[in-house]
Write a protein that binds this ligand. Structure first.
Ligand code: MSP
Length: 682
């Protein structure tokens, strides 16, 4: 029996023959945003991701890399997991197909199909595509695969077969009775047409390689990778385990609510997987949703095409929220969409820095300035049509955003939210709170309160709605609004007017500093460096620079360590690459305000103009510098440090100084020539 209060969502499990790139990140981010929102909608949510580690393709990749399959899969699976952790992907479980819990579950499923008479032994002669792990209709040695165009291999194998041909009618009936099973509609139609054209039995075992799960009682054979891989959605939540806790979990979450996949694996998920489940008498997932491809330089981003972009490049420059927002806003879900650094930076600046970031910083700083950091009381009787219009739009935004996001129309939902952002930014400009604040009468004060309350309330609503998409920035805006933990918000009851009067704001800081052209260059350079590093790593051991294969603990001699003329120089441990250096953003800033920090005789609190914004920076230079003498001085700051708190004050960056003598007396770095504020150092 399905439990209506739960929500179980899965990503495909990613092949470990390649490192993660933005294409994989796309699916994972979509699922993460959906999972986060479902949790905020009060559902008992389970979000699964993982890695697909068996098969000939992986066995060959490991051999090419000169290591065992086990070492190979451990390394790449670790990279996937580390990336998701760095991106704060809220997966509840990470399944690896080489884990015992999975292997046991796959064997249980195989036996269940055998017991029910759906598996028989036969033999196969024909063409096989290693890339797609598929027997294909192609004739003759080396004939191109009809799916991917790569040359196929001729195989003659004794195999176990699954009676897929017997499932045609049941599948068609199921699709007809469950119109939402495959989405979008275009994919559903393709699947129905494919099944209608007739299904042939499917070979579900291999003897040509060993890196897989043995067929129960016939270990010469390993189980076909797709049967192995698809089963992860159930084995991860306990299928095949006798343990009552696992069984309870299986009961609680299966059937899955959403299998999120890329469009190239529709047939496996929408034909084979339901056929296995129908034959095994197990409930089918409720929906399979296929998205389009992320294109880069006009073709699908993939390792084999060599046109990948690493997520780390964006994380190191603009941050995780920028990437998440771009992927969900720019790509119309279900369709193919292009990735480019230019488009990413343009979106970042227009929507995040100028849109939401601007709304947050101007609203919050005016409340801080004019109302001592407390959400003001709007005038209940004197709402102008402009105030009413924003309140109405706020309500409408909540309703529309819910409906659109619930239908996986992420781009439209974000457009809806940003229409409110734009409307409020316009409302602020037209209502000129800064001018109203100049007038000292009671009516003006009430008007100012209404304008700022209205703006703050709209900001609160956009922040809550978009938290699943841009979790970091929204959590920070939420704290600045004085509202605590954003993850605790119940989105079901979100409504206009809930912002409590008198709420005390938290410390204010900019959430999205504008990016400039140099950000694009930095990202391009980082990608080039990463591609060069990857190429170097992919060389077989004999082509690696001499000295890199010294035994641990043995010194590498100077002669052995010197690079061959054709090989790039190995990087010594103490040196960093240009890539590392480019991560540090150094800028010229001008100190606008400097004052001592109460109770901390070494610290100064400063406000430093860095061209795009004024930053609060707290630094341990009070013993060396009088605060008044620092005002107007140009300094060098590290602009992209994570904020940290010193004596309760948030410090947003670091001032660069020489450190002299044993007690580290600071001497500020500076310039002999005049340099403009905001200039970059490189
Ligand atoms: N291991 C199989 C899936 C087994 S699921 C039971 C597989 N792995 S994969 O590593 O090739 O990952 C495929 C998935 O990664 C796609 O379905 C898609 O979700 C995502 N993407 C990889 N490249 C992508 C793009 N360029 N664009 C969008 N998504 C992409 O297939």
């Amino acid at each position: 029996m399905d439990n209506p209060g739960k929500f179980y969502i899965t990503t495909p499990i990613y092949y470990v023959n390649a490192r993660p790139h933005i294409g994989h990140t796309y699916t994972t981010v979509v699922c993460d945003a959906v999972a986060r929102r479902q949790r905020m909608m009060g559902l008992d949510t389970w979000f699964l991701t993982g890695t697909d580690e068996h098969g000939q393709k992986i066995e060959r990749s490991a051999a090419a890399a000169g290591c065992s399959p086990r070492e190979f899969v451990d390394k790449i699976a670790g990279e996937f997991r580390a990336l998701w952790d760095r991106m704060k992907i809220t997966y509840d479980d990470f399944i690896r197909t080489t884990e015992p819990r999975h292997m046991r579950g796959v064997q249980a499923l195989f036996m269940r199909l055998q017991e029910r008479g759906y598996i028989y032994k036969g033999s196969y002669s024909g063409q096989y595509c290693v890339f797609d792990e598929l027997y294909v209709d192609a004739v003759g040695p080396g004939a191109p695969c009809p799916e991917c165009g790569r040359p196929t291999e001729t195989v003659h194998e004794e195999n176990y077969f699954f009676k897929l041909s017997a499932m045609e009618d049941r599948l068609l009936k199921y699709y007809a009775e469950h119109p939402d099973f495959i989405r979008p509609e275009t994919r559903r139609n393709e699947v129905v047409a494919f099944v209608r054209s007739g299904l042939r039995d499917l070979s579900v075992s291999r003897t040509s390689f060993k890196w897989g799960i043995p067929v129960p009682n016939d270990p010469q054979h390993v189980i076909y990778v797709w049967l192995d891989a698809l089963a992860n959605y159930m084995t991860a939540i306990g299928f095949g385990s006798e343990n009552p806790k696992d069984q309870e979990k299986l009961h609680r979450y299966w059937p899955a609510d959403v299998h999120m996949i890329g469009k190239e694996i529709v047939r496996f998920h929408c034909v084979y997987w339901p056929a296995f489940l129908l034959a095994a008498d197990l409930p089918l997932p409720k929906s399979i949703i296929a998205h389009g491809w992320l294109l880069f330089e006009e073709s699908k981003m993939s390792k084999s095409r060599g046109n990948i972009v690493r997520s780390e490049t964006v994380l190191d420059t603009l941050g995780g929220d920028a990437l998440r927002y771009f992927l969900l806003r720019e790509i119309v879900f279900g369709q193919d969409g292009s990735f480019s650094f230019d488009a990413l930076v343009a979106r970042f600046n227009s929507d995040l820095a100028n849109g939401l970031g601007n709304l947050a910083s101007r609203t919050l700083s005016m409340i801080a300035r004019y109302f001592d950091g407390e959400v003001p009381y709007p005038s209940p009787s004197e709402r102008t049509p402009a105030d009413e219009a924003i309140a109405k739009l706020g309500e409408q935004t909540i309703a529309d955003f819910h409906a659109q996001f619930g239908q996986f129309q992420f781009s439209r939902a974000l457009e809806t939210a940003w229409a409110l952002v734009a409307a409020v930014n316009k409302y602020i400009v037209e209502n000129e709170p800064w001018a109203v604040a100049e007038r000292d009468d009671q009516d003006s004060r009430a008007r100012l309160a209404t304008i700022l309350y209205t703006s703050a309330e709209a900001l609160r609503i956009v922040t809550a709605l978009t938290h699943p998409v841009i979790p970091d920035a929204t959590a920070r805006i939420w704290t600045q609004l004085g509202l605590g933990e954003i993850g605790q918000v119940d989105l079901r009851s979100l409504a206009w007017g809930q912002l409590q009067l008198g709420t005390k704001l938290g410390p204010i800081e900019a959430v999205f500093p504008r990016a400039d052209k140099s950000t694009i260059e930095r990202m391009q350079q980082m990608e080039q460096q990463r591609a060069a590093d990857a190429k170097q790593e992919a060389l077989p051991p004999s082509a690696q620079p001499a000295g890199t294969d010294a035994q641990p603990g043995q010194p590498v001699t100077q002669a052995a360590a010197s690079p061959s003329p054709s090989a790039p120089a190995p990087v010594a441990d103490s040196k960093i690459t240009i890539d590392d250096f480019l991560k540090v953003e150094l800028r010229v800033g001008e100190i606008k305000v400097a004052e001592k920090v109460k109770g901390a005789d070494k610290l100064l609190r400063m406000e430093v103009d860095i061209g795009t914004e004024v930053r609060q920076i707290v630094a341990g230079i009070a013993k060396a510098y009088e605060p008044e003498k620092l005002v107007g001085r140009k300094v060098v700051i590290v602009a992209n440090l994570q904020p940290r708190k010193l004596r309760g004050l948030e410090s947003n960056g670091m001032i660069v100084a020489a450190s002299l003598g044993d007690d580290g007396q600071p001497v500020l770095a500076g310039f002999l020539e005049d340099v403009p504020v905001g200039a970059k150092l490189k």
